[in-house]
Design a protein around this ligand. Structure first.
Ligand SMILES: Cc1cc2nc3c(=O)[nH]c(=O)nc-3n(C[C@H](O)[C@H](O)[C@H](O)COP(=O)(O)OP(=O)(O)OC[C@H]3O[C@@H](n4cnc5c(N)ncnc54)[C@H](O)[C@@H]3O)c2cc1C
Length: 467
């Protein structure tokens, strides 16, 4: 098939994670034939769930999705997922932090804030001062999120609250993560109000006034893999080519694109009118774009992706002393423990453990301790078991254990990330019909990636030479 202006429109989506699948779904709904190329043997990227026959449901990548976007809510409505969404219950709002070796609940009301031993009196007073802070000159140069928060609230808030919170999202280092790119809402809050707290409250109010849905932490009874599975099921049967790696996307004389792929020893190419790249940074860096041997995104290889390991441990309820009445526990670096935190998986959503049992997901590794993200399965499981024993009073043998290592887990939007964003934009500008989106560019949260997929499809449909 050729791809000059008289050819029928056909779009290639490279990458079958949630971004690519969402884009493919939306284009298909618009009547555009699509082909998805996915290098791995399964779709969904890190969004993988295992369901055992004896009642365990285990996430090996993401455990929950923060649904805070009207577009994504609409997508779930279209896919028929909305009525089946599991919303994390009231107790999941309770979060725990380790302080001085003890697991303490984060305050949820002004009274509990005054009473909590988590923060010193001086740190609590900084909150009041921060709210009263004047507007000042709007910051223009990016700073690390640690610098931003330290300037507003002091170092204790960075060490005790920000650092573990950043670990929970990026498995990253707050002294290197860019305030502007990794935490755009905090950046915007300061620019709007001078105060981070007043600014965040104002942003939340503005969202409510725009009629945007209240943010909810959600999953599905079959786990998060139900999302890519639902997207794939809504595509006509031969749309997705799994186990098919794309190595090059070449311009054709007719203004289209040849997608050059490899499946085992087999290689081939297909012609499309446009190409959407929804790939991790290393894959974008390796991809020949436009001409053979041209790798205009090679610099993206430098984006840091620390390894993260997830260990799932299932126990009888009576083996765990802690009530597990919350979302989970985060572990500040200053506590010198060996894990990032523990999710109380069976408290978060129903159906994660058989009756009378509980499931815990322990995360290790990240930017500050990449070696722990690369532990052997035996080492990671041993460390996870020891830490939940000490922190949560877990005793005895687990009924089930699962281990999954993600050697390149989450891109770090560190200081200087602007340069990567600019090179992505430059490639798009130089290559009509080639669009790039996903976790490298649009945010790492699942909701951001789903939204990125919708935006990619919208931009593809708006291309002047589309039809
Ligand atoms: C351990 C872990 C825990 C997480 N926890 C959460 C969480 O609780 N909540 C949350 O919101 N987010 C979480 N995330 C982040 C979130 O899962 C990801 O940011 C998101 O899934 C990325 O989606 P994507 O489609 O942009 O990229 P990906 O899912 O990475 O999709 C890209 C796809 O491209 C494929 N590919 C690569 N190279 C090629 C090639 N040459 N040709 C064809 N295909 C190729 C890959 O196999 C992959 O399937 C977590 C991530 C990890 C790793």
């Amino acid at each position: 098939m050729t791809s000059d202006s008289t050819s029928p429109v056909r779009i290639a989506v490279i990458g079958g994670g949630v971004t690519g699948l969402t884009a493919a779904y939306r284009l298909t709904r618009a009547g555009i034939p699509v082909r998805v190329f996915e290098a791995a043997s399964t779709i969904g990227g890190p969004v993988q769930t295992e369901q055992t026959t004896d009642g365990w449901l285990i996430e090996s990548g993401p455990n929950s999705l923060l649904l805070n976007d009207a577009g994504v809510t609409g997508l779930f409505d279209e896919l028929g997922l909305s009525p089946r969404l599991q919303v994390a219950g009231g107790s999941a709002k309770k979060r725990f932090l380790v302080r001085g070796g003890r697991v303490l609940a984060l305050p949820t009301s002004p009274v509990s804030f005054v009473a909590t031993p988590l923060f010193s009196a001086a740190a609590k007073a900084r909150i009041v001062r921060e709210v009263l802070r004047g507007r000042g000159n709007a910051r223009t140069a990016d700073v690390s999120v640690a610098t931003l928060v330290a300037e507003h609230l002091g170092q204790e808030w960075v060490d005790t609250a920000l650092q573990p919170f950043v670990s929970g999202i990026y498995a990253g280092d707050p002294t290197r993560l860019s305030a502007r790119h990794a935490f755009p809402q905090l950046w915007e809050a300061e620019r709007r109000s001078g105060s981070l707290i007043r600014g965040m409250l104002a942003l939340a109010k503005a969202r409510r006034q725009r009629g945007e849905p209240r943010a909810r932490m959600v999953s599905l009874p079959e786990g998060l893999h139900g999302i890519p599975a639902a997207l794939a099921a809504a595509l006509p049967a031969p749309t997705i080519a799994v186990g098919t790696r794309v190595d090059a996307v070449m311009r054709t004389r007719g203004g289209g694109w040849d997608v050059c792929w490899a499946r085992g020893a087999e290689t081939g190419s297909e012609t499309f009118s446009a190409v959407l790249l929804a790939l991790p940074a290393a894959a974008l860096a390796r991809l020949a774009i436009g001409e053979p041997e041209q790798r205009p995104l090679a610099a993206l290889q430098q984006i840091e992706y620390p390894p993260v390991t997830s260990v799932f441990l299932g126990y009888r309820r009576d083996q765990v002393r802690h009530p597990l009445d919350g979302f989970g526990v985060l572990v500040p670096e200053v506590e010198k423990r060996r894990i990032l935190g523990v999710l109380f998986s069976s408290s978060l959503f129903p159906g994660r453990a058989p009756e009378g049992y509980v499931g815990l997901t322990v995360m290790l590794g990240g930017t500050l301790h990449p070696e722990r993200g690369l532990f052997s399965a035996a080492e990671a499981i041993a460390v996870a078991r020891e830490e939940v024993g000490l922190l949560l009073g877990v005793t005895g043998e687990p009924s089930i254990v699962r281990h999954r290592s993600w050697p390149r887990a989450i891109p770090q939007y560190n200081l200087g990330y602007e340069a990567f964003m600019q090179s992505v934009e430059a490639v798009e500008n130089a290559q009509p019909g080639l669009l790039i989106g996903g976790h490298v560019r649009d945010g790492i949260a699942l909701s951001a990636c789903l939204s990125a997929g919708l935006a990619l499809a919208k931009r593809a449909l708006a291309q002047p030479n589309r039809a």
